[in-house]
Design a protein around this ligand. Structure first.
Ligand SMILES: Cc1ncc(COP(=O)(O)O)c(C=O)c1O
Length: 351
């Protein structure tokens, strides 16, 4: 049985959260002299001289309605990268505990593990980028506290089979983090719909992809109220700035525009998935449920540099184990994708 108190670091269990001025005073007042702010105003305009709501209540309330969870099940981070780092600091004792991830996958799990001096257990995805579940379950040690599963996976683009994730959730007494940064581009339901079933499930999402708000840095973690309470306890008090809180609330009222953008991106993705395989230099195009495509080509470094010369930058993933010869291509606008296809076609006809 999963017991959260068994895996939280003893120092985290014991510590008290920082109590900010905005936490301590909750009523209405007309004169705020409690937070050493600049009472004269802000050179940036708006009310930017005032600290933002440390608990982001209005924003969480609206997200909760849209996602069908309680506000207490939501943690908001300065990008989902902040949530990843906090999860390490919450359950992994430096120099003692370990995490397990499934390469080729998103690189920040490894970076955060290194930063936090946490041992990394890597179980390679299978040739079709699925989880070898038996191997994962056999690799779990008493020190393993976190398992990161990225679905749709970056950089491969595919969804991970739900049955595999379920087996790991049931067979592991630590936290299973399902990173759904790209879920809006997929027809699969989010794992947020299954939070009631699994108390060790943490789902990550972000406003950086489908919502088009990468510059504002807003990531989300969904989990049980108990897990989220600990994440909130250890986060920096004012981690989501005022501009981001306000702009995200406005964006949340534009769900139709979100759907339109996702639809257009998916349409463009399908066009690329259809067009790329017929180009001479392309060896394999992997299926994608995300806003990018992994493409295996004859000469990845050559094509990468050729595209750069044409002013087109893609991600060269050819040095990653499992992605040899591969470029990862984000879906662009119609014009950008046509330019890309034309350039790849030209490269393929060169001597
Ligand atoms: C799988 C995955 N998770 C998380 C992130 C980070 O998202 P954020 O911008 O919210 O920090 C990315 C960004 O590329 C990603 O690919």
């Amino acid at each position: 049985m999963f017991n959260l108190n068994d895996i939280i670091r003893p120092n985290v269990l014991k510590m008290k959260a920082y109590s900010s001025a905005r936490d301590e005073f909750k009523g209405a007042a007309s004169v705020f002299l409690d937070a050493n702010e600049n009472s004269l105003g802000s050179l940036a305009g708006e009310n930017y001289n005032r600290y933002p709501d440390p608990q982001q209540k209005k924003l969480k309330q609206r997200i909760a309605e849209i996602k069908g969870v309680k506000p207490e099940q939501i943690f908001l981070g300065n990008g989902s990268d902040e949530a990843i780092d906090l999860l390490f600091r919450m359950v992994c004792r430096p120099g003692h505990d370990s995490m397990l991830h499934l390469p080729p996958t998103y690189g920040m799990y490894e970076v955060s593990a290194n930063l936090n001096e946490v041992e990394m257990q890597a179980v390679q995805l299978t040739a079709d980028f699925q989880i070898p579940v038996e191997e994962v379950l056999l690799s779990i040690k008493p020190e393993t506290k976190l398992i990161f599963i990225c679905s749709p996976n970056n950089p491969t683009g595919n969804l991970i089979e739900p049955e595999s994730i379920e087996d790991i959730l049931l067979g592991f007494k630590g936290l299973v983090v399902v990173d759904e940064a790209y879920i809006d581009f997929s027809a699969q339901p989010s794992w947020t719909t299954r939070l009631q079933e699994f108390s060790n499930l943490v789902v990550l999402q972000t406003f950086s992809k489908a919502w088009g708000m990468a510059a504002l840095r807003l990531g989300l973690a969904f989990a049980s109220e108990e897990v989220i309470a600990v994440m909130n306890k250890i986060k920096p008090p004012y981690n989501i700035n005022q501009a981001t809180q306000v702009l995200a609330q406005q964006a949340l009222e534009r769900e139709e525009a979100l759907r339109d953008m996702v639809e257009e991106t998916v349409q463009e993705r399908e066009l690329l998935l259809h067009a790329l395989p017929s180009l001479p230099t392309v060896e394999h195009v992997y299926p994608s449920d995300a806003n990018f495509i992994l493409v295996k080509v004859k000469d990845a470094n050559g094509l990468y540099n050729y595209l750069l010369d044409k002013g087109i930058v893609v991600r060269n993933r050819s040095s990653l184990a499992g992605c040899e010869g591969c470029l990862r291509i984000s879906i662009g606008t119609l014009e950008e994708n046509q330019k890309l296809l034309q350039a790849i076609a030209e490269f393929g006809t060169k001597d």
